[in-house]
Design a protein. Structure first.
Lengths: 222, 115
């Protein structure tokens, strides 16, 4: 048998993102114990996450204790914008990493007393692909897409829509200008995630924001 | 693209496992991949070729097993594979997919090591 190599099969059965899953589970448990409702936001770059978040924070801050973490590749511009809402903001600069991971969230929260919060928002890096793989310990994941992106966005990025709980259609104030086909967009969402709740909003004009806040508070009260 | 960091994780997991078996040379790493994992198979295979360089896995091939998205259809009273990612319904009766039984997999299943 010289010259012949025999191989044997060794069972491994290890989840590749086990470390992230463990960290996310610990975060979720912590948030539940502390009574803070954690919402993450994912979308492509430019879908209006920061504007939507800013308007959400402004509406919540009168009645609730709120804070936000924002992930960005390189700049702190989003955190600076959000700081105008007058609530605690932490920036996570991911460098070259195209998504947030549970451990980045844990680290960013090191000096944040989350037990004193009612809501914590986590704005992911603008990317409709990579964030789908990483659980952040959130209770609710929003996927945003704007009327300027095309009605078939969900069909092109089905996985991220599948991992999200609510779809937010943003920039509704521009719908007529870009001849947005609302029915077609809804069909796209339902094709990849049947039964998914869809909210139409314009953070700029305020349309739909009250309904969103009501939905959010309803989910948090469950 | 996060496939490179996933590939580096695979190399790390496989190298640790190989070390437990006496530093034997690994000829193949078998992974299970579901479409809902958010990882693209072709990108992962390319990334693995970079990730394995200068590692104990340098001579290893990545073998990807595609795991279908399965769910139990209440109308058909049987387990089915979703029609497609763009039609998340039962292929027989078109009712919406319920609780997912498989399709999120992203795991190192086994190693082929030289005995």
């Amino acid at each position: 048998m010289s010259g012949h190599k025999t191989t044997r099969l060794v069972e491994v059965r290890t989840k590749i993102l086990k470390e992230n899953d463990v960290a996310a589970r610990a975060l979720r448990q912590r948030f539940e114990d502390e009574g803070v409702f954690v919402v993450s936001l994912v979308s492509s770059p430019g879908a209006g996450k920061t504007m939507f978040l800013e308007q959400t924070l402004l509406r919540l801050r009168e009645r609730y204790r709120v804070a936000a973490l924002v992930g960005d590749l390189a700049t702190e511009n989003d955190a600076q914008r959000l700081a105008r809402a007058g609530v605690p903001i932490r920036q996570i600069c991911t460098g070259t990493v195209c998504h947030l991971e549970a451990d980045m969230v844990r680290t960013a929260l090191r000096d944040v007393d989350t037990a004193k919060l009612d809501f914590l928002f986590i704005e992911n890096v603008g990317n409709l692909v990579c964030p789908a793989s990483y659980d952040l310990g959130e209770a609710l994941r929003l996927v945003l897409f704007s009327v300027t992106e095309g009605e078939d966005k969900p069909l092109k990025y089905p996985t991220i829509f599948n991992t999200a709980d609510i779809c937010v259609l943003t920039k509704m104030d521009l719908a007529d200008v870009v001849e947005f086909d609302h029915a077609s967009a809804l069909n796209s969402v339902q094709a990849v995630r049947p039964g998914m709740q869809v909210l139409d909003v314009s953070a700029k004009s305020g349309v739909g924001m009250d309904a969103w806040i009501e939905t959010l508070c309803g989910r948090a009260a469950r | 693209m996060h496939e490179l960091s996933i590939a580096l994780n695979i190399v790390e997991i496989a190298a640790a496992e190989a070390a437990r078996h006496g530093e034997s040379a690994v000829s193949a790493v078998h992974v299970r991949l579901g479409p809902l994992s958010g990882v693209v198979k072709e990108a992962l295979i390319s990334a693995f070729e970079i990730a394995r360089e200068d590692s104990p896995l340098a001579g290893a091939e990545l073998v990807v097993e595609d795991v279908p998205i399965r769910f139990y259809c209440r109308l058909c009273r049987m387990e089915v594979t979703v029609a497609s990612l763009q039609a998340f319904v039962c292929p027989r009766c078109s009712s919406p997919a319920g609780d997912i039984l498989s399709g999120k997999e992203l795991e190192v299943r086994s190693l082929e090591i030289e005995a």
